[in-house]
Design a protein around this ligand. Sequence first.
Ligand code: PHE
Length: 330
Amino acid sequence: MKDWKEKIQNAQSLDEIERIRIELFGKKGYFAKEFERLKTLPKDQKPVVAKELNSAKNTLFQALQQKKEELLAKEIQRKLQSEKIDVSLYSVSGYKGAVHPVQHTMDKIIEYFTALNYAVEAGPLVEEDFYNFEALNLPKHHPARDMQDTFYFQDGKLLRTHTSPVQIRTMLSHQPPIRMISPGAVFRRDFDLTHTPMFHQVEGLVVDEAGKVSFANLKFVLEDFLKYMFGDVNIRFRPSFFPFTEPSAEVDISCIFCEGEGCRVCSYTGWLEVLGCGMVDPNVFDAVGYKDVSGYAFGLGVERFAMLLHRIGDLRSLFEGDLRLLEQFR
Ligand code: PHE
């Protein structure tokens, strides 16, 4: 009994504890044998020895349990210590970084459109109301402004809620024909499994003489693009509404997880919404002083694409910088 107690006390690892547990309480263990021996004792001794045995069993079991918890706590501490990262430490190894999955997805999108001769444009993250809303046919107090919960600065400027203001900036600084995409960060007051206050979009805009750009062109390009990104998926255009396009559509691909059968990711619809698009609204052309033109525009969320392509469940994990996630993309 005392020997066993010491043995438990001196155990150094969870493995050792497990070995002792089997030695003591296993089918062929110490107590099994002792209780077997009990049967051979004279009748009057049985209750006494049985009582002793049971009490020893309880004591040792508790000691074992306690030691196990102690070692477990130590193990967690050790793990925390070993995973601690000293960011100030000078590194001599040729440690190779990786392209972040969001950047990687963005690169792939840009690669597709630049191959089709789209220019890559950029705009400021701190934007003026005029570019983010007003010129996009979203006048002040228009209810559709609520679609996007905006971060405002005190001087009336704002963090752009989408990449669409780059449409306006591009049209004001260029003359048609225009064929451009604009990748970049956007900001909205939102935070849950599928929303973060900062995320990335890629905008697209094509403008040419009236009649030269049609919805059929838009449909062709987006279908080809989505097949390039997701492989052999089914694609559908659903009528929708955006203030800056008319007609507008949202585009779905057949769910790449269940192949359209219906699963949790696609909310049992078989479809995943992946982008918004439409023909540029005449009011937008008016705002930039364009006459006799037609055009289409589209916008998509890069994180959404990255999550689908890499089967990432929680959008927020893309921004936590956890090396265990990021190293998988090396
Ligand atoms: N800007 C829209 C959004 O953020 C997407 C979009 C862009 C829709 C261009 C149509 C045309 O939801």
